[in-house]
Write a protein that binds this ligand. Sequence first.
Ligand code: HEM
Length: 469
Amino acid sequence: MKVIQLYYKKQAHLKALESFPGPPPHWLYGNIPQITSHREELNIMLNWAEKYPYAYPRWFGGFLCFLIVNHPDYAKAIFGRGGKGLLILNGPKWHQHRRLLTPAFHYDILKPYVAKIADSTKVMLDKWEKLIAQNPTKSLEMFEHISLMTLDSIMKCAFSYKSNCQTERELNYYVKAVSDLTYLAFKRITSGSFRSDLLYLCTSSGRRFKEACMLAHLHTEKVIEERKKSLQNERELEKIQQKRHLDFLDILLCAKDENGVGLSDEDLRAEVDTFMFEGHDTTASGISWLLYSMAQQPEHQERCREEIKDILEDREDIQWDDLSKMTYITMCIKESLRLYPPVPGVSRQMSKPITFFDGRTLPKDSMVAISIHSIHRNPTVWKDPEIFDPTRFSAENSSRRHPHAFIPFAAGSRNCIGQQFAMNEMKIALALILLHFEIFPDPANPPFPVPQLVLKSETGIHLFLKKLK
Ligand code: HEM
């Protein structure tokens, strides 16, 4: 994983930040002391967003400052401007990779994934059935099961790799490594204390980070090696295509630029890592919070169940054409992504100076973080933002809203390349789960949303399931 670039105090930046009032920072700890507990973080940020409309500076330690954006007009200006991501590729290399990856999300490639996602979901449903039969009075922690399911599913779809990770526990080291990496990377950014890699690697968190990276890489290298071998044996891509659909890994391994040069081993591994990570942790968060929302809202849950029954009639299996008919389900998914955005915020280092609509400016190299979570709950944009109301996403209501008011997949040229895949996966998983189970909350074990790189719950997401049929 790429090391995070940190921001040094510069006079021009400090001067620009003067026009943005914000919570007063401690000279050494920044605004961290105001965040007394991790589970309070999102609420404190919402309070700040209300107090400082549009944007405010947030200090992480005494040296690192981000302008936190909480309004669609400001988000629009930033997404429309070029900027470096902090954990991702930049510049021409990003452009080249984005071009190489785009065909992997073509309609024809996504179509056969429906059956693969459904297979992975069914493995999870079987597991749940056994677990609730063994202990009907115990709630189930969803995030862990769903992470394994989405990992299984992304490996099948993007790499045609049957890991059996849901049933054979041996692969769990990878899921554990990914979850350690997100937690540790987030802790490192927000503590603001370790700018030097060398110093960081001497701490216990740094050593854990290194070990988790090693384990995650071990897994990706194994996947790539196996495919390289099989491509060597097959020689030509067409022969493979006759046997199975091309997947993401085929496209990456065979991608060549104008000069006939392919991706280096290191670039290849970085892309596979991004996919494995982006492609399963985010959707696991999305589906887990969606189930939580459905458990809280029995009437919407029932309406979604009725919709899927009407679409399928006597069929058991979901097909590609069914997905576009899931109108109410899609509205509920969007409302859940609004309240619980799996990626709660994105950061940019501005490659050019920027002037906002109100005349305030930021110089080149400024660090900004768009708080997707705060924008999605901004009361000047959303009426009663805390209330779950899928009708906000009817075609009519959506068309009246600011185009940057709902941005779970970010916006602009660096938006999420996997959003169609993600929406499909969420629809298939929800539809199959609701056909098989009724979902109830577990009031004794409420979730506490915490913004790690991905939105998780500090206490897990515990729900009761009742088998239908
Ligand atoms: C509900 C699920 C998902 C959400 C909410 C989500 C959200 C996002 C967001 C907000 C970004 C922008 C990050 C930034 O600007 O720093 C992003 C980028 C990206 N996402 Fe997703 N994502 C999801 C699922 C997926 C899936 C399933 C895949 C792949 C199969 C994927 C692949 C990517 C990639 C490769 C990028 C980087 C794009 C670029 O830099 O050009 N995402 N995603």
